[in-house]
Design a protein around this ligand. Structure first.
Ligand SMILES: O=C(O)CCC(=O)C(=O)O
Length: 272
């Protein structure tokens, strides 16, 4: 019998997805059209000297969409007009989420789980290489950060394995210290929670392998995807706003993204 393990606040199961579940998820993914967002926008411009570059990777959000240019959800102060109501989880993911929530309640103490917590948000991250000026530039990494949504965060990975690190900051100008690292395998589940892994430490994806030859095909120009990661989080429903209720300037900033999403999604067509 498999015995998923980890220190308090960290859970890892290298074989969470069955082959059938992986196939279901991959089938759903094949119809998805992720988008390239830019970091800044007309009403939320880049600071002086900072370029308004696209994110390192195409993304897709479910449950609610946190557009990069509006600023990510960050309680206690940065919570309003950042989480825009988005498509619900498809059946292939909803069934996994129910299993993950059970694991969370079994695995972590109640003090790690805020009242009302349930996984209602998912960021789908594509990792791979971008074709720039005719050359493939590897973009398969994420810099150190914390996920500010309250409570446990669950991450399901498919494709090439990724080197995921928890790091402690040693202040400006000093390299962070790696406290714990884990290769996230194809079909794996990682959950992190609590004062150490969720609140104190930062996390990052240092690199993604190329060895197994996994590839995913998306209608995204100039990007070759070899890993897909689903990061499930909780945003209190009171902080989720429909697109139609966004203040005018916010709506203007994300209009082009919503129009792109609407080309492939009845939900987003309805939101326009
Ligand atoms: O791809 C991963 O494993 C982690 C992604 C991540 O850190 C995030 O979405 O915040």
């Amino acid at each position: 019998m498999r015995r998923p393990s980890g220190p308090p606040g960290l859970y890892y199961d290298p074989q969470f997805l069955t082959r059938a579940e992986r196939s279901e998820v991959t089938r759903w993914l094949s119809k998805l059209r992720p988008i390239w967002e830019k970091r800044f926008s007309k009403h939320h411009p880049a600071p002086e000297g900072v370029a308004n570059r696209p994110l390192l990777r195409p993304v897709y959000w479910l449950g609610n969409w946190q557009f990069a240019c509006l600023g990510y959800y960050h309680p206690p102060r940065k919570t309003q007009n950042r989480c825009v109501a988005a498509e619900p989880f498809p059946p292939a993911l909803a069934v996994l989420v129910r299993r993950v929530e059970k694991i969370v309640h079994r695995q972590f103490p109640p003090s790690y789980i805020p009242r009302g917590w349930h996984l209602n948000t998912c960021l789908v991250n594509l990792y791979g290489g971008r074709i720039q000026d005719g050359k493939m530039v590897d973009n398969a990494r994420v810099g150190e950060h914390k996920d500010a949504e309250p409570g446990p965060v669950a991450s399901i990975s498919i494709g090439e394995r990724a080197l995921f690190q928890f790091v402690a900051s040693r202040g400006k100008g000093h390299a962070s210290q790696v406290v714990m690292q884990q290769w996230l395998d194809d079909c794996s589940l990682q959950i992190f929670a609590g004062p150490q892994f969720k609140d104190r430490l930062f996390h990052r994806v240092q690199r993604v392998d190329k060895k197994a030859g996994h590839r995913f095909v998306f209608p995204v120009d100039g990007f070759e995807t070899r890993r897909v990661n689903f990061t499930f989080r909780y945003v209190p429903p009171k902080d989720i706003v429909p697109f139609s209720k966004l203040p005018k300037e916010h709506a203007e900033d994300v209009q082009e993204y919503v129009e792109a999403l609407a080309e492939n999604s009845p939900f987003w067509r309805g939101a326009l």
